[in-house]
Design a protein around this ligand. Sequence first.
Ligand SMILES: C[S@@+](CC[C@H](N)C(=O)[O-])C[C@H]1O[C@@H](n2cnc3c(N)ncnc32)[C@H](O)[C@@H]1O
Length: 197
Amino acid sequence: MNDYLPHVYRDPLWCYPAQPQSSDGRIIVEIGPGRGDFLFHLASQHPNALVCGIELMHERFDKLCVRREKNKLENVWLIQGDARRVLPEVFREGVHEIHIWFPDPWPKRKHFKNRLIQTPFVQSCADALIPNGVLYFTTDWCDYAEWTADIIATNDRFESLNHPAISTDDDGTFPSYFYQKWRAMGRNIYSQKYKTV
Ligand SMILES: C[S@@+](CC[C@H](N)C(=O)[O-])C[C@H]1O[C@@H](n2cnc3c(N)ncnc32)[C@H](O)[C@@H]1O
C-alpha cells in the first residue's frame, strides 16, 4: 500500500486491483472514464504515475478492468463507485490532476441536483489536489459549462488557467469517445482548466 493513499477503500465498492501499484508519487484521477480511452491514454503517457479511474457504472467498470489487463497498464487503478463519495474517502490529499470529460449533463432544471458539479464536490476536488494541482472539466453542454464555472468561481482554492474561464478553442482536447461523438454532430466543446492555490 502506498503511504500517500492511507484511506483504503472498503466494501461495498470495488477496486481493481485491490491495492494500487506504487508510483513515483504522482496521482492522476479521471472521474467517469466510461470506455476509458482517455484514462488509458493518460496511463501510457505517464507510466510512472498512478492513474485512477472512478467509474459509477458496474458494467463499464468491468470492461475497464478487462481493458486494463489487455493493455497491460499496471499503473491504472480502477474504482467502482460514485466519485462524490469515493474522492473524499480515498483521495483526501496528494492528487496532481483531476480530469472530468463529458460528465452526464442532466439538462432539465429539475435534475440539476444530480449534476456531479456541486459546491461540496468542488470542495472535495480542492481538498484532494496538491497546491498547483490542476482540475480539467470539459462538456458539450454550454449551460453545464456556465454552471460549473459559476460554482468553481466561489471556491477560493481554484484559479482559472483560461481567461475567460470557459474556452471553446479546440486546443488539443483529447478525443475521448464522447468528444468524437459530439464533434461529429457539430456540437461546440467547452473546456475549463483550474489550478489550485
Ligand atoms: C457521458 S460519459 C463520458 C465518458 C468519458 N469521460 C468520455 O468522455 O467519453 C459519463 C461517464 O461518467 C460516469 N459517471 C456518472 N456519474 C458519475 C459519478 N458520480 N461518479 C463516477 N462516475 C460517474 C458514467 O457512468 C459515464 O461512464
